[in-house]
Design a protein around this ligand. Sequence first.
Ligand code: 2AM
Ligand code: CA
Length: 253
Amino acid sequence: MIEFLVDLIQKAGSICKVEQSRLLPSDVNFKGRKDLVTTVDKKIENFIIEKIKTKYPGHDILGEETGRSSFSSDYVWIIDPIDGTTSFLHQQPFYSTSIAVQHQGKTICGAVFAPRLDELFYADQDSGAFLNGGLIRVSAAEALINSVMATGFACLRADAKPNNLSYFNKIVPLLRDIRRFGSAAVDLCYVACGKLDGFWEMNLNSYDVAAGAFIVEKAGGKVCDFNGDVYFPENGIISANPSLINQLLEHFK
Ligand code: 2AM
Ligand code: CA
């Protein structure tokens, strides 16, 4: 299954890269005032769904653009065709395709591919996590002051209240620095490979984080909600290496 997934996500990413370079204003639609979708999001999701249906006809599918196909299988494929659509539209490189497979509610494999970065992350239940074929681990940073983290503002795009600004103001001065890449899936994978020491965000959906959260855990990292519990992303999501997770969590209580 992981071989099929890795091959599929690379094909999807290659199409994204070509389509980004020839994107037109007429390709953009608004789901909300700030919430964008392009014709490419839909094209990629349909491409992925068709391939899955051919290979695994009985499996359920949950896609950001098309919703849940059915509730008839123990297996569900969770797809975000373009995570970071704003970056994609603005010709920036920080977007990805994210696909996870769950069996009876538990993730068994996941992949995130950022084609402009040429970074392919994946993991399955029997092995560790990989970036472009090499084994990855979370960072060894032990103090917030030595760490670089990422966050995002999906909450502001959705006009949600409360939003992330109070956490942002509190946490940023405690860190070496902060990044805002715009793809939660990439952020989580960057925690997995140690390029980031931590990440938090609120208002995300399962398709934004399913693959990335699994990849972080397989790389030795921790993922929890804002209460230190397992109800992410509904109750917010926090991820970091095992030394930093409690230090970060402290600021959400
Ligand atoms: P998307 O590009 O697939 O929409 C960046 O902060 C993260 O937030 C991305 O994973 C992005 O996913 C997600 N996001 C952006 N706007 C959002 C909104 N209005 N509601 C929920 N999630 C959003
Ligand atoms: Ca997304």
